[in-house]
Design a protein around this ligand. Sequence first.
Ligand code: T4K
Length: 371
Amino acid sequence: MDTKLHVGRPNLGDRDSFLRRVNEALDSRWLTNNGPFTREFENAISDMIGVRHVVAMCNATVALEIASRALGFTGEVIVPSYTFVATAHALQWQGITPVFADIDPLTHNIDPKRIEELITPRTTGILGVHVWGRPCDTEAIESIARRHNLPVMYDAAHAFACSHEGRMIGAFGSCEIFSFHGTKFINSFEGGAVTTDNDELAEKMRLMRNFGFSGFDNVIHLGVNGKMNEICAAMGLTNLEAIEEIVSVNRRNYESYRSGLEGLPGISLIAYDPSQRNNYQYVVIEIEPDQSRHNRDEVIAALHEKDVIARKYFWPGCHRMEPYRASQPEAWRNLPETERIAARLIVLPTGQSVDEKAIGWICKLIADLVR
Ligand code: T4K
């Protein structure tokens, strides 16, 4: 058994409830293709977010690809480089060029002020990412989009059960995409979903995730296999039932880190807006290189040596990963904040498998490294 303290250790709901559902799926011999657990999962999310349509998918990357196509993205789409590489890959996989915009260093989200200067006649959309579950500046982004008649989509892989201005994430833009990967706040092993209030868009995505089938033998659209299976939906439903418990564990852990790291030279912990709903899925610190005895990479290496598998998300930024590094070798010139943040950031382990004692010990390790 791996006893290391990993970022991304899955949160688990009630095991018996999950196994009961698995047995039910096996007994009913309905394993996939829009089965009853998948529909129940979609309905539960739709009620929670207050959005008309939830289209569950096999993972968020395929959901991003399907949603991009359904929205008619082609040519160029403006996107942050400071994100998990799946956001950019989902575009490039379809021959769409991700045009990387810099981030706001305070929020780590796409900086609306950098969007307009990147719009060209080839631009067909804007793809924002709610990094760490902290919402993008949706008002500014959507007002630019309206001015240029561009659709906006959000990668909300980190932002399940978070809100912005009193409205749940999932209800912004033309559509939003969630991930239910094993490492995410609520997981379905692998899984994703698109949320939208647009009936036509939802219908198109339902066709696209099932080869374009509309009833037996009737293919009316180009499609792929983007379906969620029943075991994944059973896991998603089970974990949804544990949502309050998982938030409260994450919140407790976040507060423990906050008090353990308080006053350490060069260390700042990112904040969440207490007036909004947050999932506290990510505990993220920034290290100010001039103030800390060891730099970020040295701190990470020392933590790994002690079996604390902290991560450098999203270093070095998509623009420094292939194929973008080769196809857009000058992109870094426009991305100073992305480069600066990516070089100073550490994500620390949290979730159900991390307790307050472990956090006290991790904070002590960090204190010894930075002082
Ligand atoms: N957009 C954004 C903004 C995203 O962050 C992601 C995914 C996506 C889109 C795409 O969503 P999906 O298509 O995956 O639904 C991990 C996840 O694989 C990835 O889903 C996630 N973002 C990303 C932030 O983290 P890696 O490359 O760091 O994975 P890996 O294998 O290093 O695992 C992370 C850590 O979690 C390891 O230290 C081990 C631990 N772990 C992982 C799994 C799967 C466990 O302890 N148990 C497990 O079962 O990408």
